[in-house]
Design a binder for this molecule. Sequence first.
Ligand SMILES: Nc1nc2c(ncn2[C@@H]2O[C@H](COP(=O)(O)OP(=O)(O)O)[C@@H](O)[C@H]2O)c(=O)[nH]1
Ligand SMILES: [Mg+2]
Length: 382
Amino acid sequence: MPANLPPEYFKAEERYLQARTLEEKISATEVLIRVTPKHKGTEKLLRTLKRRMAKLKMELRKKRGRKIGRGGGPSFAVRKEGAAQVVLVGLPNSGKSKLLQELTSARPEVADHPFTTREPVPGMMEFEDVQIQLVEVPAIVEGSSLGKGLGVQPLSAVRNADAIALVADVSADPLEQILILVNELNAAGVRLNQRPPKITVQRRSTGGIEIRGHEMVEGGELEIKRVIQERHIHNAFVVVEEPVTREEVKEALDESLVYLHAFILLTKCDLLPDVSKLKSVERKFGDFSILRADASPAELKKSIYENLGLIRVYTKRPDEEPARRPVVLPRGSTILQVTRAVHKDFEKHLKFARVWGSAKFPGQQVSRDHVLQDKDVVELHV
Ligand SMILES: Nc1nc2c(ncn2[C@@H]2O[C@H](COP(=O)(O)OP(=O)(O)O)[C@@H](O)[C@H]2O)c(=O)[nH]1
Ligand SMILES: [Mg+2]
């Protein structure tokens, strides 16, 4: 059976072949495993890749003399704890460690020499009754995606996050720093504050390629077919839901891309920023929230929490007090999602729910698709 390997596979293979360090080899192999389609024809290849990965990690462990990567998650990514993970990404000396110290109980070294932090450092930020994990990622420099500085390792540590804080020092040129960060992340397949083009590809085993909405593709049906076949996909049902350019078709089919929410966090505001430079950041990144690190810790924590697009819901049983710890869910979640989060079997048994907070009146009975707000209390009747 043919393996049907996508172009990202060959790109990653090229990266693997050119890798000079173990870290680079691991990162490339990670991508190879991720983008290899999972079917009978690739079983042997996947086995080989996984064996290679295990070997590389063992070598790295030996080299570092300790264990890396926990819980079988992607290497370099820090295992998530708390309601969400926010990674602090910035150039050397941008003030990442200092932020982590101020907002969490982690005690990373703060120093005025670059690359003090060489591995991701997690810390837990307490905001009211929610815990948000902040992770300082080793510094990124112009060319990180090509192996400069600490190489691609810091870039690969962000892929698993729920949000990215782009940390920029206002006493240097903040716009230039943010542009470098965005470019390097882009080159590593991380898209910020964007959504993937609305194209879905459902693979199937026979029937050729069927496309709905091909008139919305730049270059038409022939073009989209060409891109799909380039990926060695020969049987699929494809739906295009919005007008897309050639480039967007490629993006939509590139499984190695991740789409993350990002915001800007300006540091060293005490060093009298050049106002015109700050204005240029606002102009260029109007669709990013811009937070200042010189806000009080309480305000800063609140802004970070608000950037995550989460809501807290306190569930209760009839005639009992609401739970002290909230269930934390994405904004827009409904009664149904709360029910699932509480217990996977609850959904079938849910009779009705009452809501305090977002309901028209306290304790109103609502349907299972009622959209909840932060701090709602929900009484589940099962
Ligand atoms: N004046 C001033 N200096 C800061 C601030 N934050 C960090 N620094 C200094 O900048 C240098 C780098 O800080 P650090 O947090 O280690 O940066 P990192 O490399 O991004 O982790 C250190 O000398 C810090 O004392 C700040 O808000 N104001
Ligand atoms: Mg640091």
